[in-house]
Write a protein that binds this ligand. Structure first.
Ligand SMILES: O=P(O)(O)OC[C@H]1O[C@H](O)[C@H](O)[C@@H](O)[C@@H]1O
Ligand SMILES: [Fe+2]
Length: 195
């Protein structure tokens, strides 16, 4: 729940700035630095070094004022910076919705991937501007920047869906995505070992 939840609900026009990747009016925002992604990259030593070497911002999320409340339909723009840690592409923490509800993403800028895991199978969608990725109920989801500029996407999700980060720490995401080493554009995948 956020501080906007008590506002009266009325129809709302929200302006999206394609260059700045901002929303106006703006609701809650968050910034995740490398230190916020503890236990998620396979190479813990590389993760620790990146934290010690300046703890860069990995991604930020700006939301509209639509509250995360039951029956509401909030939306947010997530922008992931390009980079790798131990070869693994920079990514969101990833989460499961505790009460299994769907979500859609629309790629806006840059190049990325939508990795989904239902506890057994993984699915990957290449996200380039204009692609809508559908996350069915019960699939944990993580976004990954596969390019060399910021990757941004719009998310629209049920306000009561919630974010379960422990599920991903416990179950992983099935696969990990690494930058290509052969000069191609192809992401390399490895099986998930939480290490
Ligand atoms: O919550 P994370 O896994 O860190 O992902 C970052 C964000 O991605 C999308 O924008 C989702 O709709 C947000 O709800 C989520 O917070
Ligand atoms: Fe979600």
């Amino acid at each position: 729940m956020n501080t906007f939840a008590s506002l009266p609900l009325s129809p709302l026009s929200i302006r999206f700035d394609q260059e700045e990747l901002t929303l106006d009016p703006e609701g809650p925002t968050l910034t995740r630095r490398m230190s916020d992604l503890e236990g998620l990259f396979a190479d813990h030593q590389a993760w620790r070094k990146t934290v010690a070497d300046g703890d860069p911002v990995v991604y930020s999320v700006v939301s509209s004022p639509v509250p995360e409340a039951d029956r509401e339909l909030p939306q947010s723009i997530t922008t992931i910076q390009p980079g790798t840690t131990g070869g693994e592409l920079w990514m969101t923490k990833g989460h499961q919705h505790p009460n299994h509800q769907g979500e859609i993403y629309l790629a806006l800028k840059g190049r990325g991937g939508l990795l989904m895991f239902d506890g057994e199978k993984t699915e990957w969608i290449d996200m380039t501007p204009g692609v809508i990725g559908y996350i069915p109920p019960g699939w944990a989801h993580r976004s990954i920047n596969t390019g060399d500029e910021p990757y941004a996407f719009l998310a629209v999700y049920p306000g009561g869906a919630g974010h379960d980060y422990g599920w991903v720490l416990e179950n992983g995401m099935g696969k990990r995505a690494y930058a290509p080493t052969d000069g191609s554009d192809d992401v390399t995948f490895t099986e998930y070992f939480s290490g």
